[in-house]
Every structure is written in structure tokens, then in C-alpha cells.
Write a protein that binds this ligand. Sequence first.
Ligand SMILES: *Cc1c(COP(=O)(O)O)cnc(C)c1O
Length: 433
Amino acid sequence: MSHEDGGRPPEGGTAGRGWRFETKAIHAGVAPKFETNATLPPVVQSASFQYETSKELADVFDSRKFGHLYTRISNPTVAAFEQRMAALEGGLGAVATSSGMAAIFSVVASLARAGDEILSSTSLFGGTLLLFNEVFANLGIRTRYFDPVKPDQLASALESSGDPPRLVFLETIGNPKMDVPDVRAMAELATDAGVPLVVDGTLTTPYLFDAKSAGASLVVHSSTKYITGNGSTVGGVVVDLGTFDWRQHRGKLVADLARKTGDGAFLYAARRHVVQNVGCCLSPFNAFLHLLGLETLALRMERHCSNAARLAGFLAESPAVERVNYPGLPDHPQHDVAAKQFGGRFGGMLTFRLASREAAFRFIDRLGLAKNLANLGDAKTLVIHPASTIFHDCSVEEMEAAGVTPEVVRVSVGIEHPDDVVADFENALEGIE
Ligand SMILES: *Cc1c(COP(=O)(O)O)cnc(C)c1O
């Protein structure tokens, strides 16, 4: 896929007919009409929206008439962000949430209920693993796991389920395992079995990965990360890619809705049954910051990718480093899949192994430019020791399945000058011997 030549077919409506990715990232989505003629969507910082007559308000509540009611359900600034995300993914629509975790929660809570089973990749972000193994397990929703780079495992998990699982979940690049599933192959297996494929596209963003043409059903993002791009905001979003016929879904809620309301059934369930009732809505100000971030997503992703490739090359040559795990290196087990799937770019994240946990700690403590913190997708280069931080609540088995061992350092490569990033790592590595 290439975005230079337009990349994907033009969408209609407010999505910006015929616009290319970079243009949609700046202009798509309806800005709330405001008397100021502001160029940016105004932050409509209001909990509620008033109507002239009782009849009007009743009509809006009953969905006989479109309008915003209360920001826990919808808000004009949040809607502008949702519409821009839907345009960038080429999807039907989107629901924004208070965080990436809330987006994943909303998807599972819309599609599964107590007694149901879901299938998930083993290679997951730590928070997602805990959400599945603790929160949903306690609510009676069981998760069975498969290795996302072994389609056979997914095929046999789908075959061995009596009652079909309600969804299949995987990350486009496993965080922090850095493994890359062949999403098209996984989407075919899932949807041939009548099960929607949900992908977490946080590490790739719609700029690197076109989830819709790979056949995924829903894509979730932690918009905290690259979408914002500067570490200022926590948020999330789910986009319905319009590829799954929800009338065929085996979960009761969305299938019943689809028979009544048609294609918008999943989005309605996520917004009106989950986000509205749980209260995990995105704030208008955070939506505004996400919209600002999207304007420069394409440029930033190019630089994240080229800087990461440069740092990976440097680390691979360094005698203190045991192994570098970056999909852009030819020795990465899914290098070819990644090259094809992400249009010749490989993302801004990498991990590498040092001699020991102590060496990893010493290395991190000696960095000057790179920051030691729990986030990714920031303009600034960030590092973290996953085993003692993001995964500290997980079991050894859960960690190993996610590729986390005590010697591993995770890096989110920023958009600084690459020479400065490499110099910082070079200097820190010299001190750990
Ligand atoms: C950060 C992250 C999440 C969770 O998102 P929050 O916005 O922190 O709630 C989910 N998936 C992946 C891959 C992430 O990196």
C-alpha cells in the first residue's frame, strides 16, 4: 500500500471524496459549526446541549432527530475526531473513548457476554492481557489464546470451539514482542468462520496499515500514542471498517440490533450500550488534541520509521547488544510480511536484549536524551524496562508469551535528529560493560 498515490479508494460524504491520506488527516470530519469561523474545530466544552421545546429534546432522545444531548453520549468536538478517524480508516464510523483500554473494553463488552468465549493473540500489551485475564474473566467471558504468527493455531482454535467465539483479537505489531501477524490470513480465517477480527492498530496507525483492505472488521487505537504524538493526552477509538455483516454475529446484542437498524449496529451498541452506560467517553479537549495530532501524523510516522531503522541498524552492530528485535531488520522472523503489510516501513518501536537485567537497568540510567517512562508514540525517544514495569503484575508465563524477559529494553524511537538519538544510545552502552 502506498499513500503517495492515493493509497486507497476515495470515500464519499464528509470523509473527503478523493482526498489522499495527508489531506484527510487535516481536513476530514465535520467541524462543529460555530459563529467564529474558526479554522480548527472549536472545543465544545459543554456537558449538555439545550433544545427549544420538549418535543425537540424528546425527538433527539428517541433518535427521530439528530442532535447532541450530553457529552457522555456524544459531543461535536469528539464527533469531529471520530469522523476524521473513520475517514482515515475508510470505515463506516467510529466511537471515541477515554483511553485505548476503554476502546478495547467497549468492543468486547459490545460483542460478548457472560458464558461467551473470545480468541486472542498471546502477544499483547500488558494492560490488554490483564483486561482479558482478570476483568473479563471475572465477568464470565473467557479468553483462549493463539500465537498470532501461526495461522494453524487460530484455525484449530476456531474449529474446536463448539459455540463460535465472539471475536478474534490481535495487535498489528505485538507490543512489546514486535511480532507481525499476517493480518489478511488471520482475517480470512476468522471471517470465514463468521467471527469478526478486531485489530489493535496502535503501533502502526492508519498511516502504516490499512486494516480495511486486509479484511479486518474493527480497528482500535490507543490515540494516546502516535495519533496525539506528543504524550499530552490519553484517549482511544474504535472504527467499524464496514466489512462484517453484524446480522451474522453470534452475540445477541449486536445481531439483534443489526436486524433492526442495519449496518450501524456495532457502533450503536458500543456508543449507546457500553460507552454511554459505563461512562468511558472522551473529553472534548482531548478530542481536540487528537485532531491536532492527526494533522501531522503522516510526516511524523515517516520520521519515526526512518529513525527507528537507523537506531536498529546501529544497535545490531553493537557488541554489547545480544539481539535487536525490529521488523525492519532482515533477520526479523516476519520481515517479509511486515514489508508487504506496512508498505515498506516498519514502525517506530523496537526492543533489544542486553546481557542481563542489571545491564538493562544500567543502560537506561545512563541515557541522557531518551526518557525512561511508560508511554510510546511520542515525538521524544522513550525507553522502558517492560518486565519490571508494564508487566510487573503479569505471571512469568504471560510475560514470556508477550516476549518479555528481564534483559529486554523497549524503545519508542522519537522524531529527534537521528544522530542525536544514536549518540545517546552509544554513550549509554559504553558504560554498561
Ligand atoms: C497503550 C496501548 C493500549 C492502551 O491504551 P491507553 O490509551 O494507555 O489506555 C492498548 N494497546 C496498545 C498496543 C498500546 O500500546
